[in-house]
Design a protein around this ligand. Structure first.
Ligand SMILES: O=C(O)C1=C[C@@H](OP(=O)(O)O)[C@@H](O)[C@H](O)C1
Ligand SMILES: C=C(OP(=O)(O)O)C(=O)O
Length: 403
């Protein structure tokens, strides 16, 4: 592991950030493309390792799909292999083999896929052994653990002889990601309905189309945070649209409360500083990947705040609640768990002269803590961790003078 240290810098000029493309959009269009007869015209695919892994596995078609640490790649390829009757072993990093997949595997079995665990029940690695005939066309699936299971089933649903109806049970989390999946399917010619908690996808064929992947809003969030934490700075983020498919575009509203003004122009968004307003409360149910960014922003800007919707954070690249609590404490900020899964973020009252951030093999732990550089010298234990979603992240830090 190679560490990286950022210098202290709190004042920035006008800088353009050439954001990377969205890995969530990329990984969906790659699966849809693999399911579409004929040729699509897809541009601007993500440089993210999660997407590059998906591209490589689909192209090389090896016996073992080793997805490394990519959640979407694991879940999407599992459904793809199982429902198209491919014989594959699906595996990943040790952490990937601790991330639950039982809900998806149960659903696939109910639909008719032959899939078995190679290790612990409910977790990768698994083996897909074929698809004989469709046994069910209406299944119930929990919506409160990971939306990725639902997206994975949906993308394959049009190819099933009887189509598929999903009845989502419990609270629906990451709903915006389910909507992204459906909207992308629609852009590739698929009709569906989503009413209440029922999603119906009839049997049909994907149609050829052209699609350009948008820049990554989750990656954009770190630059919003840097503006919020800085004394001065104006960043132009390239390739973002007002009507994004990505739920993390919610960062515009969140950061509006934390002192960042956003203006869409010239195919991107211009961020400038503005006064902070009110005691903020944030619900991350549908934008879980923004939680770390916003926690650090509040910790560094003196904003006591209330966080809800953090349940899914414990089963991501690391237990992100534990990781946040440990690393925030290094500069005297706290994320305190109260009753009913309500957390209070208590901002820092004193920042040490130097802070070492441990990144827990989680790209977002590095990127979210980057704005600490506005207050103190900060070292991250692993610079390559960002490659999962944003390989050019440190290069972009250098663009603003953080190198
Ligand atoms: O479908 C997707 O592209 C994603 C869905 C979310 O996961 P969950 O649905 O597990 O919350 C999100 O955290 C992840 O980074 C990407
Ligand atoms: C949770 C994430 O990714 P995944 O679940 O796809 O590994 C993420 O990118 O923050």
């Amino acid at each position: 592991m190679k560490p990286i240290t950022l210098p202290v810098k709190s004042s920035f000029g006008e800088v353009t950030i050439p954001l990377p493309s969205s890995k969530s959009e990329s990984n969906r269009v790659l699966i849809i493309d693999a399911l579409t007869p004929g040729k699509n015209h897809i541009t601007n695919l993500a440089e993210a390792r999660d997407t590059q892994t998906m591209i490589r596995l689909l192209k090389e078609d090896p016996e073992t799909f080793d997805v490394l640490d990519a959640g979407t790649t694991m879940r999407f390829l599992t459904a793809f292999a199982a429902l198209t009757g491919r014989k594959k072993t699906l595996t990943g990093t040790p952490r990937m083999c601790e991330r639950p997949i039982g809900i998806l595997v149960d659903a696939l079995r109910e639909i008719g896929a032959d899939i078995s665990y190679k290790g612990q029940e409910g977790f990768p690695p698994m083996e897909t052994k074929g698809f004989n005939k469709q046994l069910a066309n209406h299944i119930k699936i929990r919506g409160d653990v990971s939306s990725q299971y639902i997206s994975a089933l949906l993308m394959n649903a049009p190819l099933l002889p009887q189509g598929l109806t999903l009845e989502l049970t419990g609270k629906i989390g990451s709903r915006t990601y389910i909507e992204m999946t459906l909207e992308l399917m629609r852009q590739f010619g698929i009709e569906y309905s989503f009413e209440g908690n029922i999603i119906k996808v009839p049997h049909q064929t994907y149609k050829n189309t052209s699609f350009a992947v948008e820049s990554d809003w989750s990656g954009a969030s770190y630059w919003f945070s840097l503006v919020a934490c800085a004394d001065k700075g104006e960043f132009f983020l390239e390739g973002l649209k007002p009507n994004s498919l990505q739920g993390d575009s919610k960062i515009v509203d969140i950061m509006d409360k934390l002192g960042v003004q956003s203006e869409f122009k010239d195919g991107g968004i211009l961020l400038t500083k503005k006064p902070v307003s009110g005691l903020p409360k944030f619900d991350f149910t549908h934008c879980p990947d923004l939680a770390q960014t916003v926690a650090v922003t509040c910790a560094l800007t003196g904003q006591k705040s209330e966080f809800t919707g953090l349940e899914s954070l414990r089963i991501k690249e690391t237990d992100r609640i534990y990781a946040l609590q440990q690393e925030l404490a290094k500069f005297n900020a706290q994320l305190v768990e109260g009753e009913n899964e309500i957390f209070t973020l208590i901002p820092s009252n004193e920042i040490p002269e130097e802070v070492n951030i441990h990144t827990y093999d989680d790209h977002r732990m590095a990127m979210a803590f980057m704005p600490l550089a506005t207050k103190t010298k900060v070292t991250f234990d692993d610079q390559e961790v960002v490659n999962k979603s944003y390989p050019s992240f440190w290069k972009h830090c250098a663009l603003v003078g953080l190198s």
